[in-house]
Design a protein around this ligand. Structure first.
Ligand SMILES: Nc1ncnc2c1ncn2[C@@H]1O[C@H](COP(=O)(O)OP(=O)(O)OP(=O)(O)O)[C@@H](O)[C@H]1O
Ligand SMILES: [Mg+2]
Length: 473
């Protein structure tokens, strides 16, 4: 199932020296449960893309066109209220620098429980879930209207036809809205009724406890009563005690040792790797189904990096998360991603399954990235990419990488290459793939490196396999 789709997204920034064309007409989809890695050099537009999904673009951003669809809604169009229920709850983001996302003067425990308490209205959450389908149906219609209006802009000749279609869909809106509101009312009533029933049952049990005091000390009785009263409170919303229990649970899940003690400590008492784990724990408390990781390991040293990567892989498996993983290092993604989108100068230059990008890369920029990957054996870079990325106030006319590419042709300077299809999952934007283009294959040196990397990874996996069997976990 499709979880998220980004369509024709174009974003620029207003600055005093001109408009920065940060993201230029990008398209990608996320299947439920998959991990998509976005790779590219600094400034290629990776963060801007994900910040748009999270709705946290800087104030000078202009969304020139496009949409970001999630459960029938365009995340670029939703209201502040919907914003809170989707972004932040269903889509969580981990940033590059764990320090900046933690409050240095607030205890770790409080930072983890904050969100739990804030979003802890069980009745409201359950009711929202119950009427989700009707809500999606209504927003689908609104989205269709918006799309038709956009098409009409570009296709004025057929505006009469579009107007007709728009009118047709518009006529369905009142019913859809009513269906949504009715569903909301029904859901709220149902949830309230269930709640009342549960409370009266629990109160009955409390009365029983008070009656059967025989053989209990006062202390034991008080404890029993208190536990029951707490249970009744928990039926309506997350209580502070419950939030603490859940925080400790999630701290344990992300691999914090002694979470009970750690709960009362401040960020400075944690190492960089542990702070990154805390940040992940905070994001997890809202039970997101999409997790965006923007270079979550760059601030960490190599050993800690791989531990965090392992943690993300584990969470992805256990929580069936859909993941967007951003990095500038292709070497990192081989083991975490299902698919890779290679970004350069605000565009996706090549996208495909991990194997397609590693074993059959087609874009000279992908070749350059593969060539500049730190080598697993020596850890030094084999090749550096010559030159620097373009100034995005003046995006190149043709293939943005042409100026730095030894394979550039005349047409690369003049015309933007389209996305050529290589397989159902593999696309690349380079004129080399045109039927009249030269038949240039990836440099031999990359083939050798990938092969070496493959062998090393296999050996590493064997080693890890041995370790885990001997450790028994
Ligand atoms: N608020 C802003 N105002 C002006 N330009 C901006 C703004 N935010 C981002 N940009 C520009 O948009 C382009 C893309 O930036 P982005 O942060 O997405 O890069 P990135 O791929 O995440 O790079 P890195 O690997 O360094 O994090 C860059 O040219 C950047 O300078
Ligand atoms: Mg970035």
């Amino acid at each position: 199932m499709k979880k998220l789709s980004v369509n024709n997204l174009t974003i620029s920034f207003r600055t005093v020296t001109g408009k920065v064309h940060a993201v230029r007409d990008i398209n990608f989809e996320l299947e439920e449960g998959e991990t998509l890695a976005i790779v590219g050099e600094s400034g290629s537009g990776k963060s801007v893309t994900t910040r748009a999904i999270m709705g946290i673009l800087a104030g000078n951003a202009i969304i020139e066109s496009g949409n970001i669809m999630y459960e029938g809604e365009d995340l670029l169009q939703i209201t502040e209220e919907q914003f809170h229920s989707i972004r932040g709850k269903k889509i969580g983001m981990i940033y590059q620098d764990p320090l900046s996302s933690l409050n240095p003067i607030m205890k770790i425990g409080k930072q983890i429980t904050e969100g739990l308490l804030l979003n802890g209205d069980h009745l409201k959450n359950r009711a929202e879930k119950l009427c989700n389908n009707e809500r999606i149906a209504y927003y689908e219609l609104r989205h269709q209207i918006r799309q038709l209006k956009n098409k009409m802009e570009y296709d004025k000749a057929n505006s009469a036809q579009y107007k007709k279609e728009i009118a047709q869909i518009k006529s369905k809106l009142p019913n859809a809205k009513k269906a949504m509101n009715d569903a909301k009312k029904r859901a709220t009533a149902q949830v309230e009724a269930e709640y009342k029933l549960e409370v009266s049952k629990a109160k009955g049990e409390l009365a029983e406890i008070r009656k059967n005091v025989e053989g209990l000390t006062k202390k034991e009785l008080d404890a029993k009563i208190k536990a029951k009263e707490e249970a009744i409170k928990r039926l309506r919303r997350v209580t502070p005690e419950e939030a603490k229990e859940r925080a400790i649970e999630v701290m344990r899940e992300v691999g914090i040792p002694n979470p009970e003690q750690r709960f009362n400590q401040y960020p400075f008492q944690f190492s960089g790797g542990m702070r990154q784990r805390i940040v992940i724990a905070i994001v997890l408390t809202s039970n997101p189904d999409i997790l965006i990781c923007d270079e979550p390991t760059t601030a960490l040293d190599v050993t800690i990096q791989s531990q965090i990567l392992e943690l993300i892989a584990k969470l992805r498996r256990e929580r069936s998360l859909t993941v967007i993983f951003i990095t500038h290092d292709l070497g990192v993604v081989a083991n975490v991603a299902d698919r890779i989108a290679v970004m350069y100068a605000g565009k996706i230059q090549e996208i495909g399954k991990v194997e397609e990008i590693f074993y059959n890369p087609k874009h000279p920029y992908t070749w350059a990235l593969l060539g500049s990957m730190p080598d697993l054996t020596s850890r030094d870079r084999l090749l550096t990419i010559p030159g620097t990325p373009p100034d995005m106030r003046f995006p190149p006319k043709g293939d943005a990488f042409a100026l730095r590419s030894e394979y550039a042709m005349q047409i690369d300077m003049e015309e933007q290459p389209p996305m050529f299809k290589l397989s159902d999952t593999h696309y690349a934007a380079t004129w080399l793939l045109h039927k009249d283009g030269p038949n240039i294959q990836k440099p031999e040196i990359i083939t050798e490196r990938i092969e070496r990397m493959r062998v090393m990874t296999e050996e590493l996996h064997k080693e890890l396999g041995k370790e885990t069997t001997t450790n028994g976990n």
